[in-house]
Ligand binder design. Sequence first.
Ligand SMILES: Cc1cc2nc3c(=O)[nH]c(=O)nc-3n(C[C@H](O)[C@H](O)[C@H](O)COP(=O)(O)OP(=O)(O)OC[C@H]3O[C@@H](n4cnc5c(N)ncnc54)[C@H](O)[C@@H]3O)c2cc1C
Length: 442
Amino acid sequence: MNFAVIGAGAAGCAATYTLSKNGHRVQVFDGADAVGGRTRHIQREGFSLPSGALFLMEGLYPRATALIEEMGRRRELIPWGGETQLIDEGGRRYAVNFVRMMTYLSLPVLTFADKLRLLMTGAKLMLSPSPKNPFDGADLAPFDKGDNVEAWARSNLGDRGFDYIIRPMMDFLTAAPSRELATAFPLAMVKNALKIKLSVPPQGMGQICDWMIAASPGAKLHLSTPVERVERQGSGYRVVTKAGEVHDVDGVVFATEAFESARLMEGFLPQAPADKLVHLRYGKYATVSLAYKRNPWPDFPADMVLPAGKQISINCLILNSRRQPGSVPPGGELVTIYFTSPFLETMSDEDIRRESIEAVTRVFGPAPEPDFVHLFVYPRGISYSSPGTYARMDSVHGELPPGIRLAGDYFANNSVETAISSGERAGQALHRFSQVKAIAGQ
Ligand SMILES: Cc1cc2nc3c(=O)[nH]c(=O)nc-3n(C[C@H](O)[C@H](O)[C@H](O)COP(=O)(O)OP(=O)(O)OC[C@H]3O[C@@H](n4cnc5c(N)ncnc54)[C@H](O)[C@@H]3O)c2cc1C
């Protein structure tokens, strides 16, 4: 059959790969001039700048890992240590490993009572049932009891447990305020933390999308081709691009942001799913790259720094020569800085740039001016998994017209695993749809 996929981020590429693998022709549309969406890297003066995603969590990304394995690419992944320094408002620094929970227990700011509380809560968690996959909304929904991360953590782990462990980790992983997030995701992460191994494709996370498209012989890419709307056409659908081209297809995977998918389907999407997609909360997001042709801090003892204690606008600073060696020219360094959503709402690009430059010297030490600073700003770039969101979004699948599927990270948590698993599922659902139609002789 002939299908369309709108959006060539990780979700759309996984849908394309799955449909193509099952023998379908796929027309893939993206408004950008390359595939990858928020996993894309931009090349500038010998540096490869990440616009978003940084690493895979093998062990916790079952579908992403399985597809990479199936494409014969797993051995290309570069492991990453994720050695971390926490720094608080007093400038005190603490060495931990981002994904090894036990390393946080040695934090000197924690009292004996704090540590006991952490261990007891951890033990209780280990003994309680939990979602199989922290990046799957359907798995998370039954464990979302309506409480929020900050309230849960402060009452179960204490203020220091929240300020030095849960918040730094959650700010970095979600870029959204913990008081607005459901607990199911962090609890599943903590419970499964021992399984996590961080890794990066040699050319950055966007390379996974390149791999998926290269492994999709049935796909025809339409880049720099934003879609304007989709209409019903006979028993199928008509995709209308902004430039006015039309493409008639048997079914469509919408793999854009939730609100954009709803807009594209205006006219035939029932009210109930439309409301859920339009009202899903999104926050502003910014990533800043500071490029140094000569590395000012070759001996810095960690790969990344997370602000702890009092919350500030920045949630992480990463030294990319350690994470992805090929992303910097020899002898250079690239720092990427990540901001937390609510602070950004009142910040101009100039504020973001100034705060980034100040933070770099405060955190890593004195340095000359960077050779250049590059900003990626997404006005609505991060969806919030607030209490109730997993179940609400999961219910949308059952409310879609025949031949229409949705994919995107907003079905669970902003992650390549959620995007890929939702794209794969959308592709599988349209493949089943084609089989039913074939049996019915349509
Ligand atoms: C700063 C940052 C850091 C992150 N770090 C990590 C990480 O380390 N690990 C991890 O797993 N995840 C990380 N994530 C999350 C991860 O990047 C995303 O969850 C994932 O890339 C989302 O994929 P997607 O396909 O759902 O959406 P997107 O990547 O946003 O793709 C949507 C695509 O749709 C296209 N589009 C939109 N409207 C139209 C239209 N009308 N017509 C045609 N095309 C359209 C867009 O151009 C885009 O390419 C991070 C995200 C950000 C922002």
